[in-house]
Design a protein around this ligand. Structure first.
Ligand code: SF4
Length: 366
């Protein structure tokens, strides 16, 4: 898709998490965070493997205590994407996470403690070649400790978020550490966008984008799409995490849909379906959801169908016409439908076979 924001315009420094590069001219990457208990090895590894199939490129896990930290090595060995330890409050958890072999550490300057604690984390990361993300959240700014109910305007919030991020960046750089990623998140678009724009004017550090606590699937996806989309469309942002109160696999899909709609990444097929109307006598919604679940939860199918246009239309009045521009698809009748390839009507198939037929067609395509 041609689009004004097609290329990432802000040139950032490159930071490596394991073999994976963030920043520079690398594509904007997609990450997510497990919602399993990190102490539960099987549940966490199972979820990460499922997310890998969905296209997740970097995965973060919560490290609330030493038991969780001590599981990280085994988790890392069981997965194939970079593992990030999410640390709050206790610097020792960060040091243990690095010892366990994680690929990146996220710390929150608002709660990690004094500089000498941060220095210990930096020392460990530096000797292991592990980058640090400084994750600033509006809700846990240091400035809130002195002023818990501030009357700040959004711009004041954004400036403070940037100031706290840059203070931390400078502290890390004074320790001779440069492998830094920054995130500046608020739970609204205005502060998130302002903070990231301000930061990008002052630093070449790669930005991890996200709107924090964005909400339910629909509300959160809309909010994240706007916030992340506004930044990406200005060439700002190197890696993306969509926060939703939802299965993390849906967060991965939402992130890709944002990148796909801006022409920054490709992801699976272009699935086209009609909104249905009074003429429809098949369950288009069920078919499209089943197709999405089958394709996006399977790396092979997702990759094989990349760039294909597949149509599922509700009726034969407008369906065949609307499906003409698709590579293949189906237009419904009553419990059955016409299978169409490149605009040609090929055969009639039962509604119960539509999903399988699309999957067979993807598998058999060259
Ligand atoms: S394709 Fe048919 S069922 Fe779907 S919206 Fe158009 S007219 Fe209605």
């Amino acid at each position: 898709m041609a689009c004004a924001c097609h290329a990432k315009s802000r040139k950032t420094r490159v930071v490596k998490a394991g073999r994976f590069a963030i920043g520079g001219s690398n594509p904007v990457s997609v990450q997510s965070m497990c919602n399993t208990d990190t102490r539960d090895l099987k549940a966490t590894v199972d979820q990460i493997r499922r997310l890998e199939e969905a296209g997740c490129e970097i995965i973060r896990v919560a490290v609330p205590d030493m038991q969780a930290a001590s599981n990280l090595g085994r988790i890392k060995r069981a997965i194939s994407i970079p593992l990030v330890a999410d640390i709050h409050f206790d610097w020792r958890l960060a040091v243990e996470s690095v010892r366990q072999g994680v690929d990146k550490v996220r710390i929150n300057p608002g709660n990690i403690g004094e500089r000498d604690k941060v220095k210990e984390v930096v020392k460990a990361c530096k000797s292991a070649g592990v980058p640090i993300r400084i994750g600033v959240n509006a809700g846990s700014l240091k400035a809130l400790k002195d002023n818990p109910k501030p009357a700040w305007q959004p711009y004041d919030w954004a400036r403070l978020m940037v100031k706290e991020a840059l203070d931390e960046v400078r502290a890390l750089e004074r320790f001779g550490f440069r492998d830094i990623v920054v995130s500046l998140k608020a739970d609204d678009i205005e502060r998130t966008v302002m903070a990231n724009v301000l930061f990008s004017e002052k630093s070449d550090i790669p930005l991890h984008l996200g709107v924090t606590e964005a909400g339910s699937f629909l509300a959160g996806t809309v909010k994240s799409s706007l916030g992340i989309g506004l930044l990406l469309s200005q060439g700002i942002g190197d890696t993306v995490r969509v926060s939703l109160t939802e299965d993390p696999a849906m967060q991965v899909r939402a992130a890709y849909e944002i990148l796909k709609s801006l022409g920054l990444r490709s992801y699976g097929p272009d699935l086209v379906s009609c909104p249905t109307c009074g003429r429809c006598q098949v369950n288009v919604g069920k078919v499209i959801h089943e197709l999405e679940d089958r394709i996006y939860s399977n790396r092979g199918l997702r990759e094989k169908s990349e760039g294909m246009k597949i149509a599922v239309m509700g009726c034969v009045v407008n369906g065949p016409g609307e499906a003409r521009s698709a590579d293949f698809g189906v237009a419904g009748g009553k419990g059955r439908g016409i299978w169409i390839e490149k605009g040609k009507q090929i055969k009639v198939i039962k509604e119960s076979e539509w999903v399988n037929e699309v999957i067979r067609k993807i598998r058999s395509s060259k």
